[in-house]
Design a binder for this molecule. Structure first.
Ligand code: XIL
Length: 367
């Protein structure tokens, strides 16, 4: 017999309740398939592809805007839904940029992923003044209720928790210090996930993490700690539906195919879906020659996608940007030879690179 997740049950129960008693005749609560998170990923269609976008560039740069419309079934705001943009001061929410992005998506029938609700990084200064557990919980829940309810029904998937683990964790309790861990300890995760589920029971709740795919003791420790963390959330019946693999890939790090696949099998056994959320190839250690570099970038992404798609069909594949014209990579990983980075599927002139083709190949691969 097929087993079903609590989410299936809750969603189905809500649907049956909405139908009233008529809906119950001959309908098992478990009979219908798992709801499709992204319409673009309907059965028989390729895995939906998306990219992180910048609202200001969508307004100012028409060729970029057209490339997003032409290539993306999903977009995710690179910054516009993070705390500094959307909640810059205590009690003050600013939705202009996020709303503009939602309008753009609606006009072009593109779906949106939300990013992110509970993260250590990029928090606005005012949050440093939160100084009790009760206040922290109130602020976190208020933020989630305000933001998630505004976009309920239009954002089917949220990175609720982003990057919870320290770089080299000892175990699931090795959480990255933040305003949330300082005041709430590990409880911040169930608080955030439950608050999101309460506001939007149909949203796919994702825990998003980086540095999961490589060979070496640090990455083994990360996979182990993440699995323990996921299990502990499951054991406490905390709502969670998927793991996001950020997949910022590096030339100097080898993909550990076997360990990654073992990890993904464990994730699947926990009845969690998998998404690739921020794929790009950080190319500062690759050779300067463009044809060589682009081939190596695509090769590394291909190795990663092959390993993942061999054991699980990701619900979506997103890159952290669409074109090399707009990428976070040079801010943190400039090339020593001063040449521009080329981490994304389209080059700075919006032309398709080998990375684009490799993503297309795996989107269409039948596992
Ligand atoms: C980055 C953005 O791309 C930058 O523009 C911003 O200044 C900092 O954050 N992992 C994440 C993303 O989950 O939110 C980060 O985005 C990149 C790494």
């Amino acid at each position: 017999m097929t087993t079903h997740s609590r989410r299936d049950f809750l969603v189905q129960a809500a649907h049956v309740a909405a139908l009233g008693t008529a809906g119950l005749s001959g309908v098992s609560a478990f009979a219908t398939p798992r709801p499709q998170i992204f319409a673009a990923g309907a059965a028989g269609k390729p895995i939906p592809y998306g990219a992180a976008v910048r609202a200001d560039a969508l307004t100012s740069d028409m060729s970029y805007r057209e490339a997003v419309v032409a290539n993306c079934q999903i977009i995710v705001p690179e910054g516009e839904m993070k705390w500094p943009d959307i909640h810059p001061a205590r009690g003050e929410y600013r939705f202009e940029k996020a709303d503009a992005l939602m309008d753009f998506a609606r006009q072009n029938q593109i779906e949106v992923r939300g990013h992110t609700l509970a993260w250590y990084g990029g928090m606005p200064a005012w949050t440093a003044t939160i100084d009790s557990p009760a206040e922290a919980e109130r602020e976190l829940v208020d933020h989630i209720e305000t933001v998630v309810s505004r976009y309920r029904g239009t954002i089917p998937s949220w990175d609720v928790v982003n990057e919870p683990l320290v770089d080299w964790p000892d175990g699931p309790a090795s959480l990255r210090p933040s305003i949330w861990t300082r005041q709430l300890g590990p409880n911040y995760l169930p608080i955030a996930l439950r608050a999101t589920a309460a506001v939007d029971p149909d949203a796919q709740l994702v825990l998003n993490e980086y540095d999961i795919e490589y060979r070496g003791p640090r990455f083994a420790a990360r996979r182990k700690a993440l699995l323990q963390l996921l299990r502990s959330l499951r054991d406490r019946d905390v709502p969670l539906h998927a793991v996001g693999l950020q997949a910022h890939l590096f030339a100097s790090r080898a993909i550990d195919r076997d360990a990654l696949q073992d990890f993904l099998r464990e994730v699947t056994a926990l009845k969690l879906d998998v998404l690739i959320t921020e794929l790009d190839v950080i190319d500062y250690e690759f050779p300067g020659k463009i044809s060589e570099r682009d081939a190596m970038v695509a090769g590394l992404a291909g190795q990663f996608l092959e390993a993942v798609c061999d054991v699980v069909r990701p619900k979506a594949i997103l890159t952290w940007g669409l074109s090399d014209r707009y990428t976070w990579v040079p801010t943190y990983f400039k090339r020593p030879d001063g040449k521009p980075n080329r981490p994304l599927p389209l080059d700075a002139d919006l032309k398709r690179k080998p990375l684009f083709d490799v993503i297309e190949e795996y989107r269409r691969k039948v596992v």
